[in-house]
Design a protein around this ligand. Structure first.
Ligand code: ADP
Ligand code: ZN
Length: 620
């Protein structure tokens, strides 16, 4: 039981606004149940309503869909949404139907009979939104059909697929240029979350949007908490992280190899988590089944190689774990970006260590390809390692890399939550580099540390390395501290890794100044992860007080039952954000329920009674 009474005035008053609502606001409130537009949504919608084209660049979770869904509802005719994500169309359409929007899709997965029904509905003017795969849209019959009925707009989602620059190029997207010729009077909106300027220009050129307004939003994802920790015992670290922070949540755990994916998934399952593997070596059936469970059920963890990702549009992914380092910040940003699309708090958590750094450096140097290609790859890896080793705000660094400057520390990354002390590592670094030099620049870290500590091993005696000047000069530091020194030297490019041998280290141009004592170096003290308290505080406005857990679980259970009854994903019933609002405001009447974010007329009618009953029972 809760003592605080329900305070109606806390609820955003979206029903009785003083000034008259515009038609777009009317739809936002009554159909989608949201109190206000976000960011540039309003301006984008106005552009389309005025019959103009536009290009929209918005980060994942920014709210791109509303930008075309609302104009599609307000303009005459059907809004045609082109999307490559066939697997998701069903869920997108389900979600819209839940809102009372007349939506359907056309793609190769739909049985012939149903395709005819959709076409008939189109001809009868019974659809507000139609999702189509690009290959389907490009068929002459489809284009012909659309030319015979009123079309409200064309929305080209994942528009970066048109770009050969990008990583998701799809030949079918190239043909979409035909839309401007065949339907010059129908407004087109292209949408993407891909940042880079080359891709953007190419989209504009190929889709005839050079002269159209471009709406570009910042790339920050403030609800994602970025954390990068030192790898000690990765499984135990992962277990602690999950148990403490994400006990029943859905998330993705990325690993580099298929074997590690399998092992980690099996191990997590043993620990009582609902974890399934996903990698290119599994049968198509098993991949499909595991992906479907992840999308449709609550709290499933997918352990995956990077083969799992594109098209994962699940809004309530609460965490992304990297057990291996991604190769670039581009990959890191894209993969972590799959968390928290619904705007609720989410965590991007990674562990990395000396071995990861050495392995990636080695892989990079032994890769095939031109010198130029390798140079680019190396620069990308440097940036990734740079993010791992910095002692300042991670978000600032990440955004800076993508060309966005933010003056303030973010307060929601590990280095902000727990400032990282540094120490003057100049002397230690010189000893380390000198030891590499004295032993002939061919040994790996373990051996070098043995020499620095003056270990009495056979191998050292055989090599006569108890005679070198660096033998035993490092006793002031522990083996772990030395590993940290070497990791930072390799990560920051002061030591090269030989790819022909087993990770032998060698000196390079950059090490010279440091070795000679002409340069100083500050090293990070490898700290513990931020405390549970600090982590929770950073997301306090969203976290659930212990006393509220019963109601939270009851609301989730109610959602789960409704999802099963209606054969849809739980988030299609309500997003976590809506449940969180219910938890916070405890609506007891229908009017109050309507003020919850995400509750429109249709959802009130369908689910209001069920959730109100749960809340009333709890309040008694
Ligand atoms: P994107 O396609 O840009 O990744 P979506 O369109 O899926 O993002 O929107 C992300 C989430 O934000 C969805 O849960 C959506 O319902 C919600 N959302 C969008 N616009 C608003 C708004 N104005 N107010 C509240 N929630 C919104
Ligand atoms: Zn920060």
């Amino acid at each position: 039981m809760r003592s605080r009474p329900f305070v109606f005035s806390e609820i955003p008053m979206n029903v009785t606004e003083p000034r008259t609502e515009t038609p777009a606001e009317q739809v936002l409130h009554s159909t989608f149940g949201y109190p206000a537009f976000r960011g540039q949504q309003q301006a984008i919608i106005d552009t389309l309503l005025a019959g103009q084209n536009c290009l929209v660049l918005m980060p994942t979770g920014g709210g791109k869909s509303l930008c075309y869904q609302i104009p599609a509802l307000l303009r005459r005719g059907v809004g045609v949404v082109v999307s490559p994500l066939i697997a998701l169309m069903q869920d997108q359409v389900d979600a819209l139907r839940e809102l009372g929007v007349r939506a359907s899709f056309l793609n190769s997965t739909l049985p012939q009979q149903e395709q005819w029904q959709v076409i008939e509905a189109l001809r009868q003017g019974e659809l507000d939104l139609l999702y189509v795969a690009p290959e389907r849209l490009n068929q002459p019959a489809t284009l012909q059909l659309l030319s015979e009925i009123p079309v409200a707009l064309f929305a080209i989602d994942e528009a970066h697929c048109v770009s050969q620059w990008g990583h998701d190029f799809r030949a079918d997207y190239l043909q979409l240029g035909v839309l401007q010729e065949r339907f010059p009077e129908v407004p087109r909106i292209a949408l993407t979350a891909t940042a880079d300027a080359n891709t953007r220009d190419e989209i504009a050129r190929r889709l005839g949007l050079e002269d159209a307004p471009h709406f570009i939003s910042g790339f920050d994802r403030p609800n994602i908490q970025y954390r990068i920790a030192q790898k000690q015992n990765p499984r135990q670290q992962l277990l602690r992280f999950l148990r403490r922070e994400h006990e029943h949540d859905a998330g993705i755990v990325y690993c580099l190899s298929r074997k590690k994916v399998e092992d980690t998934a099996a191990w997590l399952a043993q620990q009582g988590f609902d974890a399934v593997p996903y990698h290119a070596g599994l049968s198509a059936q098993e991949r499909q089944r595991n992906q479907q469970r992840f999308l449709r059920e609550d709290g499933v963890i997918v352990v995956a190689t990077i083969a799992f990702g594109m098209g994962i549009d699940k809004p309530d992914v609460r965490f992304i774990v990297h057990l291996d380092l991604p190769k670039s910040l581009e990959s890191y940003y894209q993969e972590t970006g799959r968390a928290g699309r619904d705007g609720e708090p989410a965590t991007a958590w990674m562990v990395y260590g000396l071995q990861d750094v050495i392995m990636l450096r080695q892989m990079m140097d032994s890769s095939q390809g031109s010198e130029q290609f390798k140079r680019i790859e190396r620069a990308r890896l440097d940036a990734m390692l740079g993010l791992c080793e910095i002692t300042s705000c991670r978000r600032q660094a990440l955004l800076h890399y993508f060309g966005e400057d933010s003056p303030e520390r973010c307060g929601n990354c590990d280095t902000c939550l727990q400032p990282v002390p540094t120490w003057d590592g100049t002397e230690a670094a010189r000893k380390a580099l000198s030891c590499v030099y004295r032993t002939g620049q061919r040994f790996g870290v373990a051996y070098l540390i043995d020499v620095l500590l003056g270990a009495e091993s056979d191998k050292i005696f055989q090599n006569d390395h108890h005679q070198v000047s660096t033998y035993g000069i490092g006793k002031e530091l522990s083996p772990n501290a030395w590993r940290s020194v070497f990791r930072q030297l390799v990560a920051r490019g002061y030591l090269g890794v030989d790819h022909a041998s087993y990770g032998g280290l060698f000196l390079n141009e950059k090490s010279r100044a440091l070795l000679k004592g002409e340069e100083a170096i500050a090293l990070r003290v490898d700290t513990q992860e931020p405390s549970e308290k600090a982590v929770k505080k950073a997301r306090s406005k969203h976290s659930i007080a212990d006393a509220d857990h019963t109601l939270w679980e009851a609301l989730r259970e109610c959602r789960k039952q409704l999802a099963i009854e209606n054969d849809v994903a739980p988030y299609v019933i309500f997003h976590d954000a809506s449940l969180m609002d219910m938890l916070h405001y405890r609506p007891l009447t229908e009017a109050q329920f309507l003020s919850i974010s995400g509750v429109g007329q249709s959802k009130l009618e369908k689910y209001g009674a069920a959730f109100l009953e749960v809340i009333r029972a709890h309040e008694q």
